[in-house]
Design a protein. Structure first.
Ligand code: ARG
Length: 460
């Protein structure tokens, strides 16, 4: 086709080359941002008298019409116009005529694309923070609804100690809070306005970059034109935060998948989040959680994609940078869906109270409590550990109950034992006896739930 920006060429580009290089199929997502950035630019051009106020107003009115069309979903993207900038420019000419050609004064697609992605990221990552807050809220609601439930906890996926289910859920909330902080931190660096850097060196025209920054609501203006058109660090940072978030999602998913097995039988995942098997009529598979666990691979791949894409790229702009967008868009879109799905899943998640009772009375869960009983009576830690280790070997491993031991039998292990040690062999006592900050003690856990409910003042 004939080239939009191609007067220096004597022939049109190869069709295959066009198909290979055009980005409109995906950068159409940037339409509204391109329009908004262009309105700010046109306004500035008028203010600085680089174009007349009348021309500026004409550009803005045409751009607003395009913005409306995009918002209403009736903007016809021209797949033969290579990218979003060309599409908008072309449409503007259709609407306001040749004056449209003045819009691209004192800017290049190199700084324009940098602006468009930053605007996209500012909106989308702010939205993701909000979605994460909603997920936190739904987890807190689930924790509060089940605040008396005790579950086994694991290290090495081997039975370790009992904890409150709410305590486990609060761990998820902490993880998500760090995710929000990381995204916010990335947002602080995304929030810098690059337009006016032009191709790479700035312009001899008397533009006012700070005006554009303020008009668009940026808190900073980038300070080096070379860096402005080359920098994609902010995308790498932002989607690296999404990779960590995805890693958290995959760990939540794995916990819940295990807990929903017949063997564990701690929870019931709502049927709306499960599917059946095509051959085994009894199956209720936790597909959504499995797919969330699986999609995390895609988030990592997207991060790796942009890291490799930018490695060794010479300054300044190179067309390779066009390829930052599919992985960015994919990470953002997948993250939004997964966050919303998990929010729904926790809202409908049920605990199998009766079944849990069959698990939490296993005496192995209380060996640390018994060991600490001895320590409190002055027995050195090493000896206390050995003593309880022997009780495990000679009783628990042989299916004998510690609770059934007589005082005499107990004192054969250690003279410091009294009948009252048996009170410790109880899940409710076990959690109540914890007193360290951040532990599973019910009072502390309830205080944490209260704190988070106040902090997460969001509606789901
Ligand atoms: N579609 C390009 C991108 O996404 C826009 C910038 C193109 N600039 C250029 N000089 N070819 O990076």
């Amino acid at each position: 086709m004939s080239k939009f920006w191609g007067s220096r060429f004597e022939k049109s580009t190869d069709k295959l080359a066009d198909n290979f290089s055009f980005s409109i199929s995906y950068d159409c997502r940037l339409g509204l941002y391109d329009v908004i950035g262009s309105i700010a630019h046109a306004k500035m051009l008028g203010e600085k008298k680089i174009i007349s106020k009348k021309e500026s107003a004409q550009l803005i009115s045409g751009l607003k019409k395009i913005g409306k069309k995009i918002e209403n979903g009736n903007f016809q993207y021209d797949v033969n116009a290579e990218d979003i900038h060309t599409n908008i420019q072309q449409e503007l000419k259709q609407i306001i005529g040749p004056i449209a050609d003045k819009l691209h004064t004192a800017r290049s697609r190199n700084d324009l694309i940098a602006l468009d992605i930053r605007l996209y990221c500012l909106i989308e990552f702010t939205l993701i923070i909000d979605l994460i807050a909603k997920l936190q809220k739904s987890i807190i609601d689930f924790a509060e609804k089940n605040k008396d439930i005790i579950i086994p906890a694991y290290t090495h996926l081997q039975s370790a100690q009992v904890v409150l289910l709410a305590h486990h859920m609060l761990a998820y909330v902490e993880m998500l809070e760090r995710d929000k902080e990381r995204i916010q931190d990335a947002l602080n660096r995304i929030d810098a306005m690059p337009l006016g850097s032009c191709a790479l060196s700035g312009t001899s025209l008397p533009i006012d970059r700070s005006f554009v920054s303020k008009y668009l609501g940026f808190s900073k203006t980038t300070q080096n034109s070379i860096d402005s058109v080359s920098d994609r660090d902010f995308i790498i940072e932002a989607i690296s935060s999404l990779s960590i978030l995805g890693m958290h999602f995959s760990r939540f998913s794995e916990d819940l998948i295990i807990w929903a097995t017949k063997e564990f039988n701690f929870i019931d995942i709502d049927s709306s989040m499960c599917t059946g098997s095509s051959i085994m009529p009894h199956k209720k598979n936790p597909d959504i959680l499995e797919l969330i666990r699986g999609e995390t691979a895609g988030l990592y791949a997207n991060l790796n994609n942009i890291l490799v894409l930018t490695k060794g790229l010479p300054l300044t702009y190179n067309r390779d940078l066009q390829l930052d967008k599919p992985p960015l868009f994919n990470s953002v879109e997948k993250t939004k869906i997964m966050t919303a799905l998990l929010t729904k899943l926790f809202r409908t998640l049920k605990v199998k109270k009766e079944s849990l009772k069959n698990h939490i009375y296993d005496e192995c869960f209380f060996t640390v409590d018994i060991m600490e009983y001895l320590i409190k009576k002055g027995v050195p830690y090493r000896l206390a550990h050995d003593t309880v280790g022997k009780m495990v070997r000679t009783c628990l491993d042989k299916g004998k109950s510690l609770k059934a031991l007589s005082l005499d039998e107990l004192q054969k292990y250690n003279k410091k034992f009294n009948e009252d040690v048996k009170e410790l062999i109880d899940p409710y006592q076990s959690v109540k006896n914890k007193q360290s900050l951040g532990s599973t003690n019910p009072k502390m856990v309830n205080a944490q739930i209260k704190k988070w409910k106040k902090v997460l003042n969001v509606r789901i």
